[in-house]
Write a protein that binds this ligand. Structure first.
Ligand SMILES: N[C@@H](CCC[C@H](N)C(=O)O)C(=O)O
Length: 277
């Protein structure tokens, strides 16, 4: 089978995007891991599959798979790339799009300058909704990593995040603590681990160890979760500029119950085809 795909990225968080609106793409975890492999396949952090909607009044459905082959609920950088993809492929000429994801409906908007703003929906903060095993719903929770105890805020943007504040992201132990947090027993669905340095009330620097993908150059839902955590901890005031290793996003949030808005770029790198088993 020959698979036509587009390689894209949002701030260096890279994607293989497949149009399955007309013909279904037969997915297996092995195929996804092969495509995502940077040595033997194409290479990507996530695979996005664009499908026809299943509900009335919705334009598309899209599905997200991590490089490890697992399907996940949400992807912020992917949502922006999805919009550029459906426009480049002329699958729609709408600038406001309604799209189904495993985490529910999101509403991205293509801006006149080519950036994409996404209404990511309201964050979930109750431990059971994340899911996070905790005795209370306190904003700051201790988490033991062997001999080390870190203080995290757990937030779901549809997908789970554990955000901690660090003095300096460049020297933060992302690759050591990241896998330990990702697989921590108190996060039964595993978790994305964010390391946030507060520069000032409207500006953070962020690195994210992503569940199922390792450290990426940027994580859109991670940026949303970090800003939500920072506002809840009274360290940040909306809107917030989030600097990642791959570039910057703008995140706005009016507080509990309100949706999070994310604005940033989406880039097409190339179109190609690959032979699959
Ligand atoms: N890179 C994404 C998030 C992708 C999913 C994540 N690794 C998870 O497992 O939840 C983003 O930009 O949000």
């Amino acid at each position: 089978m020959r698979l036509r795909f587009t390689k894209m990225h949002g701030l260096g968080n890279d994607f293989i995007v497949v149009d399955a609106t007309r013909a279904p793409f037969e997915l297996t975890p092995e195929r996804i891991r092969f495509l995502a492999d940077r040595h033997f396949g194409v290479g990507c952090d996530q695979l996005l599959v664009v499908e026809a909607p299943t509900q009335p009044g919705v334009d598309f459905r899209y599905r997200i798979f991590n490089a490890d082959g697992g399907e996940v609920e949400q992807c912020g950088n992917g949502a922006r790339c999805f919009v550029r993809f459906v426009h480049d492929r002329k699958l729609t000429d709408k600038t406001h799009i309604r799209v189904e994801t495993q985490a529910g409906l999101i509403e991205p908007k293509l801006e006149a300058d080519g950036q994409v703003t996404v209404n990511m929906g309201a964050p979930h903060l109750a431990p059971d909704d994340i899911p996070f095993d905790a005795d209370s719903d306190a904003v700051v929770q201790p988490l033991s990593l062997g001999d080390v105890r870190v203080l995290i805020t757990a937030v779901s943007m549809g997908n789970p995040h554990a955000v901690q504040v660090v003095a300096d992201v460049d020297s933060a132990p992302v690759t050591v603590q990241g896998p330990a947090i990702e697989n921590h027993v108190r996060f039964p669905a595993r978790v994305n681990a964010g390391f946030m340095q507060v520069v000032d009330a409207h500006h953070i620097r962020l690195r994210v160890w992503e569940r199922g993908a390792g450290e990426t150059l940027a994580c859109g839902t991670g940026a949303c979760a970090a800003v939500v955590a920072g506002i809840l901890r009274e360290l940040l005031v909306s809107p917030v500029r989030v600097d990642t290793r791959g570039g910057s996003l703008s995140i706005a949030w009016a507080g509990p119950g309100s949706p999070v808005y994310m604005t940033g770029p989406a880039v097409t790198v190339f179109d190609a085809e690959i032979e699959l088993d």
